[in-house]
Design a protein around this ligand. Structure first.
Ligand SMILES: [Zn+2]
Ligand SMILES: [Zn+2]
Length: 242
């Protein structure tokens, strides 16, 4: 695997003691990719061709339209809708010309296939995916090369389950032999400790709602439900890369 190392953001991430620094880095990657499609790049014909072909996933179309930059979105939507109309022409004519149930079912299926192709891929997700691959690679690489990073990762709060699994999946391309086995063991140990920590926090939160515990301290568990959900699912993840 040949990937550019991203040592500085990954070191900053591990030093931040976040619940999942990969999620934080993905939030940045998403922001950067959205800014690109909200900026002057949409005036560039090459960008518009890419938008016409791939478009965005529903989440990223929504974030783009919510960003209060209507002119650029109008330009992209204008040509995207035109392209969609062209791609759907055959299916629409079949739907309009249907004469019997067999033709109707065939036309409905054809539109479904067009929709599936049209909705596949997202330019923001694919930009995020490229950065994600580099962050995962760098994390495994630094763990193998730098004992200070190894300790920092062990003392950290682990990752969301989604990025934990992706790190494990990346590891065999970066580490080998006993190092790979040790990485898998150490990362899992840190992850399980931190899952248990959050589970205890969430449990205390449920107990705090009982009247007998009303006057007891929260112990920092006021937001444990949110941290629990984030830990299980990841706050920022790639949905639909091209
Ligand atoms: Zn994450
Ligand atoms: Zn997307």
């Amino acid at each position: 695997m040949k990937l550019e190392l991203e040592t500085i953001p990954v070191w900053d991430g591990v030093a931040s003691k976040s619940e999942c620094y990969v999620c934080d880095l993905m939030a940045e990657a998403q922001k950067d990719a959205l800014s690109f499609y909200l900026g002057n790049s949409v005036m560039n014909p090459g960008t518009r061709v890419k938008v016409n072909e791939s478009g965005f996933c529903t989440k990223h179309w929504q974030l783009l339209t919510a960003a209060n930059k209507p002119q650029g979105i109008a330009l992209m939507t204008d040509t995207y809708l035109g392209m969609t109309r062209t791609k759907f022409e055959k299916s629409i004519n079949s739907l309009l010309g249907t004469k019997n149930p067999r033709q109707a079912k065939k036309a409905i299926q054809s539109l479904k296939e067009d929709m599936q192709k049209r909705e596949k891929g997202c330019l923001v997700c694919s930009a995020m995916q490229q950065r994600l691959d580099r962050y995962l690679f760098t994390t495994c690489y630094l763990w193998g090369e730098d004992s200070a990073f190894r300790s920092a990762l062990q003392e950290g709060k682990g990752f969301c389950l989604h990025h934990f699994q992706l790190l494990l999946e990346t590891a065999p391309a970066v580490l080998s032999g006993s190092l790979l086995a040790q990485f898998v063991h150490d990362l899992t140990q840190t992850e399980v400790l931190n899952l248990d920590r959050i589970a205890n926090d969430v449990h205390w939160m449920t107990q705090k709602y009982k009247s007998e515990n009303m006057d007891k301290p929260w112990n920092g568990c006021e937001d444990a439900h949110k941290r629990g959900v984030d830990k299980m699912t990841g706050r920022h993840r790639v949905i639909d890369p091209v």
